[in-house]
Design a protein around this ligand. Sequence first.
Ligand code: 13P
Ligand code: SF4
Length: 379
Amino acid sequence: MNLLLEEPEVAPSSAQESCSLDNYLAMPDHAMDGRIAAAREKLGASTILLGHHYQRDEVIRFADFTGDSYKLSKAAAETDARYIVFCGVHFMAESADVLGKPNQQVILPDLNAGCSMADMAEISQVENCWDSLLAAGLKPGEVVPLTYMNSTAAIKAFCGERGGLVCTSSNARGAFEWAFERAEKILFLPDQHLGRNTAFAMGFTPADLVVWDPFQINGGLTPARLRAAKVILWKGHCSVHQRFLPSHVDAVRAKYPGINVIVHPECRWEVCQKADALGSTERLIKLVEDAPEGSSFAIGTEIHLVNRLAKRFAPLGKKVITLDDTGCLCTTMYRISPNHLAWALENLVDGRVVNRIQVQDDVKHWARVALDRMLEVKA
Ligand code: 13P
Ligand code: SF4
């Protein structure tokens, strides 16, 4: 990717100066297609659109690059485009800002596109946890903090400053290995399920793991339990993936004998244990792509991705269904509508940057250290 540009200088603007978002939201979704395409064309190489796999079809079809969190952060780190429009959620846009070059600006079309899991770990809670670990007798070099990508930039910086790193679902195992080469224990934030699934895949047992509950005194753990643990899991989860249950796996296998059950590692350990394979969104797609004609899959992940795969692979003789009939929607990813995208792009065409995501410089430094370490660990 080498997208050097010629573009008008675009200045940050206030909401009043920008074309009113309300006008866009009053229009039907499909009325946005032509406008998005026209704005994209006018902006040319100055602007790159990154789209996460959970985005709706009406949005992701405009993306220059699609991917899982790892692939999209690499794209953000490598592009020379002046404007990075991130069709994803807040922590992804923050990471793009941290990894981007000084002249680049990152835009999140709807600032309400957050992540409930990332909200489950606040920096002050994490700092308190760290102090409690030290008070329990752990030495700073004895434990490495490792955070899942789905966390705030402040938490990424916290990890970077203390010799730790970031991981995504595609390189969590490599990141655990990286951390265990440097210390005896890991504090894993904020997804207990990804942490547990990764630790079990590496041969750890329940006795090696503890769960730190930020709403309990000392995380609800005794100093002795903390000292004995190898992996301290933060009590966070994804509300979308946690809805998949072991009974869903049993039911789908009973109904469709021979079906492959593949799930995202944010699902509960009990579900992952029953699945045929686990993977990041990118890997789940690859598993279906690489399967022979006639294969069938029940997928435990966000419904937009599952529906898109079902539509794409049906003509190729592969059946794809959701693991849970009710279909799990990521409501925050869904907030990026074609209307928000058209609004953000047309403002750029008019010389205004709206919804810029900007990480503070002091946080940026250590968050970058942690993200750079992540990019060194292969997916
Ligand atoms: P991936 O990195 O696998 O795309 O996952 C991101 C995410 O938020 C899943 O819930
Ligand atoms: Fe966050 Fe879950 Fe949505 Fe992923 S699917 S962005 S972890 S809420």
